[in-house]
Design a protein around this ligand. Structure first.
Ligand SMILES: [Zn+2]
Length: 209
């Protein structure tokens, strides 16, 4: 085992990093030595440098990818126009009512089928999704995801309105529907990260890169 990753002698935390051990030693001593502080600061600075270098490397790789996407033939419609034109089926709605996550995955995999998709993801770029909008490729932001999530919700609610009588006349169905509404209104951040993860999986499993 790496010597840096042994347990901390002060708080007994296992696999403690060197930074942890230094910080812990300072916290457990009434007056940290100048040497302790110096070594903590140099360690932190080194970490910041590494993180900065990593970020710069990743950013430039993504810029290169976007450039090459922008040089390739463009999709026929923008991301938003594309999914706004898609519909939700009765079966998909019913799946969403009983198993929200499965229902959403079903919808996404039907909607985002190749070829010529205005959305892409690559196994070599984990956690990144790229979309085509305003005539160029860009990174999919939480704002873009929120718009997609809202569109799906609107389409689901539209379906529910059509089925209103059916739902309110049946006690069990009313309960299922109430749970569904709670799910879609709750945990916005979690819903967005679920959406992103599902999209990434659907896109990367279809396109081999
Ligand atoms: Zn500790």
């Amino acid at each position: 085992m790496n010597k840096d990753m042994e347990s901390c002698e002060f708080c007994k935390k296992e696999n403690a990093t060197l930074n942890h051990k230094i910080s812990c030693r300072i916290l457990h001593k009434s007056s940290p030595s100048q040497e302790d502080l110096f070594s903590l600061i140099t360690n932190l600075l080194e970490r910041i440098d590494n993180l900065e270098a990593q970020t710069i490397r990743k950013t430039s790789q993504i810029q290169q990818l976007l450039q090459s996407l922008n040089k390739s033939p463009s999709p026929t419609s923008s991301f938003e126009t594309y999914y706004t034109s898609k519909e939700i089926t009765q079966i998909q709605l019913e799946t969403c009512l009983t198993n929200y996550h499965k229902g959403i995955k079903d919808i996404l995999s039907k909607w985002f089928k190749p070829p010529n998709l205005p959305i892409k993801a690559f196994k070599s770029k984990p956690n990144n999704i790229f979309i085509y909008e305003k005539e160029h490729w860009t990174r999919c932001s939480p704002g873009h995801l929120a718009k997609l999530a809202n569109t799906i919700t609107k389409k689901l609610v539209k379906w529910q309105n059509i089925n209103k009588e059916l739902i309110t006349n049946d006690e069990k169905k009313t309960q299922v529907y109430c749970n569904f509404i709670l799910t879609i209104c709750d945990h916005k951040t979690q819903r967005l990260s679920f959406l992103k993860k599902s999209l990434y999986t659907i896109l990367t499993e279809r396109i081999a890169v």
